[in-house]
Design a protein around this ligand. Structure first.
Ligand SMILES: C[S@@+](CC[C@H](N)C(=O)[O-])C[C@H]1O[C@@H](n2cnc3c(N)ncnc32)[C@H](O)[C@@H]1O
Length: 369
C-alpha cells in the first residue's frame, strides 16, 4: 500500500459508516500461541469512526487515543475539550458493544477526568482505575527543582469500564440487573426468603444475589435457571415467563453468562503497575537510531495483561487508535482477533511492518523450534 493514501481528519460527530480507506488483513502467530491458538490482526488506515460498523462486535476495546498533550499530530494541546473529542467514538462503542464488552481507557489522570462524564452518559460503568507507574527513571535528570511547582508526573491511568446492563420490565422500564432480579422475583408473589430454597443454599441467595447494596453478586448461570424454574413452578400464574428478556422464555444460563464482562483473574497483580517506560529493544526507533518512531508506544506486557484479563482466545479486540498497534500485537499473540485503525499514514505503515515482523519472527521461530 502507498504512503500517499489520504487520512480522513474531519472530526465528525456521528460514526461515518462508509469505509473509503484501505485495509489489510494479516494473520499472526505468536510464541505464546504457536502451535495452538491463532490470532488474526487487521489494521486499517483512516479515522476509526469510519470502521467501527464494519468490525465484529468487540469483547474488548483498548482505547489509547488523544491525551491533550500535543503528543502526536492531531492530539489537542490541552485536555480541555477531550470529552467532546471522544464523544462520537464513545457513542459508537456503546452502540456496537455487547453487554459483556470491556473498555480499557488509557489517558493522563486529567484527560480521563475530562472524558469520564461522557463515558458514563453513554452507559459505560466505571469498574476500576489502574496506575501505570513508570518510576523515577522516567524523569531523572529532567526536573528543575527551582522552577517545578508540583510532583513530577511519572504515571498514566488505564481505566476499566463495563456496560451498565439494564433489563426490561413488563411495563417497558429498563432496570439495572440487581433491581431487575428483585423485580422478577417479586412479580412471582413469592417471599424473598424462598430464593434460598430455589438456589439450594442456606442464605447465599438473599445475602448475595438479591441484596441491593455493594455486597451484590452476579448469580451464576446455574442459579438463574434454578430461580426461573422455581418461580414458574411455585409463583403466580403468568403469561410472561419469569426471568425472561424476550417475554417468550426464561433467560438461559448461557444467555445470562454473557450479560456481564469477562474477568480472568491472576493473583499478585494489583492496580499499580510498576513498569518503566519503553527503552530497550521493544521500542521502535528510526533506522535503529536513538529517536523513537512514536512517543506513546505502550509496553507489550501491559497490553497483554489487559487483553488477557478481559477476554479469551477467539474473542474480538478493537484498537481504534492504533499508533504502533501494541494492543493488536498483544491480542494476536494471545490468540484473539484484533481490529485496529491508525489515522496517520506513516504510523500506519510502521504498525503494519511491526505486525508483519511479528508474524515473520514467530513463524520462523515456530518452524525452527
Ligand atoms: C496514544 S497513540 C497510541 C499508541 C499505541 N497504544 C501504541 O502502543 O503504539 C494514539 C494514536 O491514535 C491515532 N489517532 C488519533 N485519532 C485517530 C482516529 N480518529 N482514528 C484512528 N487513529 C487515530 C494517532 O495518530 C496516534 O498514533
Amino acid at each position: 500500500m502507498s504512503k500517499r493514501a489520504v487520512a480522513r481528519k474531519e472530526n465528525v460527530r456521528r460514526p461515518q459508516y462508509s469505509a473509503d480507506m484501505r485495509q489489510r488483513q494479516l494473520s499472526l502467530v505468536s510464541p505464546s500461541s504457536a502451535g495452538a491458538e491463532r490470532g488474526e490482526a487487521r489494521v486499517q488506515q483512516g479515522d476509526a469512526l469510519g470502521f467501527y460498523a464494519h468490525w465484529p462486535s468487540p469483547t474488548v476495546i483498548v482505547a489509547d487515543g488523544p491525551y491533550g498533550v500535543s503528543g502526536f499530530p492531531g492530539d489537542p494541546p490541552t485536555p480541555d475539550g477531550l470529552g467532546e473529542w471522544y464523544e462520537p467514538h464513545v457513542r459508537a462503542w456503546a452502540d456496537l458493544a455487547q453487554p459483556s464488552t470491556t473498555l480499557w481507557f488509557w489517558n493522563s489522570e486529567v484527560g480521563w477526568a475530562e472524558v469520564h462524564p461522557v463515558l458514563k452518559a453513554h452507559g459505560w460503568q466505571y469498574a476500576g482505575a489502574s496506575i501505570w507507574d513508570k518510576g523515577i527513571g522516567h524523569i531523572a535528570g529532567n526536573v528543575n527543582s527551582k522552577s517545578i511547582r508540583s510532583f513530577p508526573v511519572v504515571s498514566e491511568v488505564c481505566v476499566r469500564y463495563v456496560r451498565d446492563v439494564r433489563l426490561p420490565t413488563l411495563d417497558g422500564q429498563l432496570l439495572p440487573m440487581r433491581q431487575w432480579l428483585r423485580y422478577e422475583w417479586q412479580r412471582s408473589g413469592l417471599p424473598l426468603t424462598k430464593t434460598n430454597e430455589a438456589c439450594g443454599v442456606r442464605n447465599a441467595a438473599t445475602r448475595k444475589y438479591f441484596t441491593l447494596d455493594w455486597r451484590w453478586y452476579f448469580p451464576p448461570p446455574e442459579m438463574i435457571e434454578r430461580l426461573a424454574a422455581y418461580a414458574t413452578r411455585h409463583g403466580k400464574p403468568t403469561d410472561v415467563p419469569y426471568f425472561s428478556v424476550d417475554r417468550v422464555s426464561p433467560i438461559s444460563g448461557e444467555q445470562w453468562k454473557v450479560m456481564r464482562a469477562k474477568w480472568n483473574h491472576v493473583h499478585g497483580i494489583t492496580n499499580v503497575w510498576q513498569e518503566p517506560a519503553l527503552r530497550g529493544d521493544e521500542r521502535l526507533r528510526v533506522d535503529g537510531r536513538m529517536k523513537c518512531v512514536h512517543l506513546n508506544q505502550k509496553p507489550l506486557k501491559l497490553m497483554e495483561r489487559i487483553v488477557a484479563a478481559a477476554s479469551d482466545p477467539g474473542d474480538v479486540v478493537w484498537e481504534p487508535f492504533g499508533g504502533l498497534c501494541t494492543a493488536s500485537v498483544a491480542a494476536a499473540r494471545l490468540g484473539r482477533h484484533s481490529f485496529a485503525a491508525e489515522i496517520n499514514p506513516e504510523y500506519y505503515e510502521l504498525a503494519l511492518d511491526r505486525l508483519n515482523d511479528d508474524v515473520d519472527a514467530v513463524t520462523d521461530a515456530a518452524a525452527t523450534g
